[in-house]
Ligand binder design. Structure first.
Ligand code: ARG
Length: 466
């Protein structure tokens, strides 16, 4: 069954699209969330049209008043979005037509191609700002727990084997670095979004005497000095989806960081490790086993990362074979970025909540880190300090480890005479290297886990967060 010709572009058609095509082609069910940006863009565009004499002052007033009425109705959820008008842009134009006849002039000198490109740039600027704010809250939570646990030590791992001791603070500061880089990534996406494509038209601009700087300025697409920034090529402006890829990528990297943190904490929380206890508020029980308290928030965070990475992949696959410029395929660009935004937003909040309620079990941490094997490398360094070549020192300490295994005793309890027999440079003080506090204090180089370094890093991050 065919519908009557479509109201906005139906001039050349004798029949409207099939119901099936309407259902298939509509995007308003998901792009309606661009409505606030679309209204802003409509306001700026019509103000520009008035400034160049293509709208009267009265027409502009009527359009702006009408758009404000619509904005309120949309915010209250009172607007009925219609699939027959395809997308948010045409729905808003149609709704405005019912308020003022001047609405018929609103689409002068533009296309939905440059319109949607402009709307999404406003969305990306907003979205990046929100991500940065959420990342900063997460950093705040990590810093608080790190500060509290400067004197709690745990084994650091490589290959998931105990490697060397670190303070909990140093480990948490590693996460701070990761999420700090994520902030930088979102700031760069914001900067790339800050160029106005409006005025590019469908593909080749317009013959009408528009003022692109006017709209760019009105919409806040300006540099640090307030100078308007307009995209330099009309074809690129309507075909370009780099921001979608960049934003989705920034989300993927952050989600990957979240997933790795989640994995660490899941391991720390396991009965075998028991380094941390998690807040009840972010765990769930088992419907069968009464004793269970499962780290579900962390497992979901790990799981969501797959979905967010998938969104990025699907955008690349969608864009890669498209000829310039706009193709309707590009309408499929929005669900993925909206999903990445929504899922990452809630993930960041959930990780922040989980971190805030996380407590380190000091006795368990102390027991794990008391393993003197963690300081075997320090013993090799001790020999190096006495002039032994590192390879030789490594070999000597390896022999000591083997001896410990043979005697079934920890490294620092191997009888002094047997240890000293391994190398002439093993003095009576060799056991001192197994003093944990001393070992940590010996690591005060830049980026190392020495207590002064940690205090410096904590202070630096706290200052940068304000
Ligand atoms: N809903 C469309 C999209 O998001 C808007 C652009 C439509 N342009 C067109 N030439 N049909 O891609």
């Amino acid at each position: 069954m065919a519908k009557k010709a479509q109201a906005t572009w139906g001039g050349r058609f004798s029949k409207g699209p099939a119901e099936l095509m309407l259902a298939f082609g509509e995007s308003v069910s998901f792009d309606k969330r661009l409505a606030p940006y679309d209204i802003e863009v409509n306001k700026a565009h019509t103000a520009m049209l008035q400034s160049i004499g293509l709208l009267t002052k009265k027409e502009l007033r009527d359009i702006h008043k009408g758009l404000e009425v619509l904005a309120k109705r949309i915010a209250k959820g009172e607007v009925e979005w219609k699939a027959e008008f395809e997308d948010v842009h045409m729905n808003i134009e149609q709704l405005l037509t019912k308020i003022t006849p001047a609405a018929a002039k609103m689409h002068t000198a533009r296309s939905r191609n440059d319109q949607v490109a402009t709307d999404v740039r406003l969305f990306f600027k907003d979205a990046c700002g929100q991500m940065v704010a959420k990342l900063e809250r997460l950093l705040g939570a990590l810093l608080t727990i790190a500060e509290k646990n400067q004197d709690v030590f745990i084994p650091g791992y490589t290959h998931l084997q105990r490697a060397q001791p670190v303070s909990v603070a140093h480990h948490l500061l590693a996460y701070v670095e990761m999420f700090g880089r994520d902030i930088g990534r979102f700031v760069r996406v914001y900067e790339n979004a800050n160029w106005c494509p409006l005025g590019s038209g469908a593909i080749a601009g317009t013959t009408l005497p528009i003022d692109r700087e006017f709209t760019a300025k009105a919409l806040g697409f300006v540099d640090a000095r307030g100078k308007p920034q307009v995209t330099p090529n009309s074809m690129d402006a309507v075909a370009d989806r780099d921001l979608f890829l960049d934003f989705a990528h920034a989300c993927s990297v952050t989600a990957t960081h979240i997933s790795r943190v989640a994995e660490d904490v899941i391991i720390w929380n396991s009965s075998e490790f028991s380094y941390v206890s998690l807040p009840d508020a972010f765990c769930t029980g088992s419907s069968l086993m009464p004793q269970k308290k499962n780290p579900d928030s962390l497992e979901l965070l790990r799981g969501k990362s797959g979905r967010i990475i998938g969104n990025e992949q699907s955008l690349f696959v969608m864009v890669k074979g498209l000829p310039l410029t706009y193709n309707r395929d590009l309408q499929e660009d929005k669900p993925q970025v909206f999903d990445s935004f929504d899922q990452l937003s809630i993930s960041l909040d959930v990780l922040t909540g989980t971190v805030e309620g996380m407590e380190f079990r000091e006795a368990k941490c102390a027991a794990a880190v008391s393993d003197p094997a963690l300081l075997a490398t320090d013993l090799a360094d001790y020999l190096v300090n006495k002039g032994v070549a590192f390879r030789e020192a490594h070999h000597v300490v390896g022999a000591l480890v083997a001896l410990g295994e043979k005697l079934d005793c920890p490294l620092n309890e191997i009888p002094n005479d047997q240890a000293k027999a391994l190398h002439p440079k093993m003095g009576d003080d060799w056991m001192e290297v197994f003093d944990l506090q001393r070992a940590m204090k010996a690591r005060e180089g830049a980026g190392m886990p020495g207590p002064k370094q940690i205090r410096k890093q904590l202070a630096k991050w706290k200052k940068s967060l304000g």
